[in-house]
Ligand binder design. Structure first.
Ligand SMILES: NC(=O)C1=CN([C@@H]2O[C@H](COP(=O)(O)OP(=O)(O)OC[C@H]3O[C@@H](n4cnc5c(N)ncnc54)[C@H](OP(=O)(O)O)[C@@H]3O)[C@@H](O)[C@H]2O)C=CC1
Ligand SMILES: CC(=O)N[C@@H](CCC(=O)OP(=O)(O)O)C(=O)O
Length: 342
């Protein structure tokens, strides 16, 4: 059994990790931390886990995390980098759901996250945890940087096009919509029912911190600079991301064949039939990215539709997929749930 600890067990990605890990056949949950709820049974906060999780929250420094085989850090940006050295030195493997180890350049990190990086020497070693790109490196990693939610949906959507070099990669456009759980469980005015329901708006148009992360991934795939316009929106739903991606074709290509062959062996990327329209509820609670590719009016613009659940393939599910790869077990173990419709 893999001994697992979770730092940040009261947040939305924390409870999603618990939902999935509680029924994972090869996992023993050892510790779940919270500073605010230390001492309280997990099921007091999350009755959905009654009968599945028999632990109480523990303060992070009393949780015995160094006894675990792997720790998931489901904490705000900037927390995991304070603890990474110590955990790795104790022989624990670390999967960070935040952004601390995603960007390779510490100056880019500081520009977008506003604080100097606490352990830049680990950035080189950290493996970006997008299995569809880095599976081999993840299998040997001590430290995995789990991708952001928008970057997962946008990169999986664009990768077949930029890898094949069939689009103008100077002018990629990603128009993405997220449900409110993408912002986490903390109390914020713009997430109140009266502010976020029955309305929709774009935000961070001038620059969102996922922009450098997406560019870094696409540039690694193409080996050259990529031009990207990325516009996120908050929409009145709880879970889900819908990314609509646009690129100009530079060559005629069988788009459906390209996507089907790129993702043929991928357990968690589903290429839908040509001309279809995936919807977020089809992946709700599932570790799946569902894609469809279009070429409207047969013109030279390709439109890719990419949907994920931000908490599952966009965070906790993908983190567990990474854990499965790191520990050499079937990658799909514990992750076979279909989406929850309606
Ligand atoms: N929500 C989403 O869809 C996605 C989130 N992410 C990333 O995953 C991480 C977690 O997100 P999410 O679950 O939404 O966040 P939440 O705000 O919902 O939860 C954060 C958790 O971290 C704990 N925490 C906060 N500060 C500290 C600290 N200094 N030390 C230890 N624990 C701390 C909190 O509990 P307590 O204060 O009691 O300790 C809480 O359990 C974030 O970095 C987020 O950016 C990534 C992809 C998608
Ligand atoms: C709707 C909403 O607010 N979404 C969040 C996504 C945050 C996230 O999950 O990303 P990181 O892991 O990189 O912090 C946002 O735009 O900030």
């Amino acid at each position: 059994m893999i001994k697992v600890g979770i730092i940040g067990g009261t947040g939305y990605t924390g409870v999603e990790l618990l939902r999935l890990l509680a029924v994972h056949p090869q996992v023993e949950l050892r510790a779940i931390t919270s500073r605010a709820e230390a001492g309280k049974p997990v099921t007091d906060l999350f009755p959905s886990l009654r009968g599945h999780v028999d632990l109480a929250f523990t303060a992070p420094d009393a949780a015995g995390l160094e006894q675990c085989d792997v720790v998931f850090s489901a904490t705000p940006n900037g927390v995991a980098m304070q603890q990474a050295r110590e955990l790795l030195a104790a022989g624990v493997r670390l999967i960070d759901l935040a952004a601390d180890f995603r960007l390779k350049d510490p100056t880019v990190w500081e520009t977008w996250y506003g604080v100097p990086h606490a352990c830049p020497e680990l950035l080189e070693e950290a493996v970006y945890g997008l299995p569809e790109v880095n599976r081999q490196r993840i299998s040997k990693a001590r430290l995995v940087a789990n991708p952001g939610c928008y970057p997962t949906s946008v990169q999986l959507g664009f990768l077949p096009l930029v890898e094949a070099g069939v689009v103008d990669s100077d002018h990629l456009i990603a128009d993405a919509k997220s449900g409110a759980s993408g912002a986490g469980r903390k109390a914020e005015v713009h997430l109140l029912l009266g502010e976020a329901a029955d309305t929709m708006k774009a935000y961070a148009v001038a620059g969102h911190r996922h922009w450098p992360e997406i560019r870094q991934g696409l540039e690694a795939a193409t080996g050259k600079k990529v031009g990207l316009t990325f516009v996120p929106h908050l929409v009145p739903m709880i879970r889900g991301i819908h990314a609509t991606l646009y690129a100009r074709l530079t060559r005629d290509v069988d788009l459906q064949g390209l996507y089907e062959s790129r993702y043929h062996d991928e357990p968690f990327v589903d290429v839908m039939p040509a001309g279809t329209h995936p919807e977020t509820r089809s992946v709700r609670g599932a570790n799946t990215c569902r894609l469809a590719v279009h070429r409207p009016q047969g013109a030279d613009t390709v439109v890719v539709l990419s949907v994920i659940d931000n908490l599952t393939k966009g965070a906790a599910g993908q983190a567990i997929q990474n854990m499965n790869i790191m520990f050499g077990i079937n990658e799909a173990t514990g992750l076979s749930q279909p989406g929850l419709m309606p």
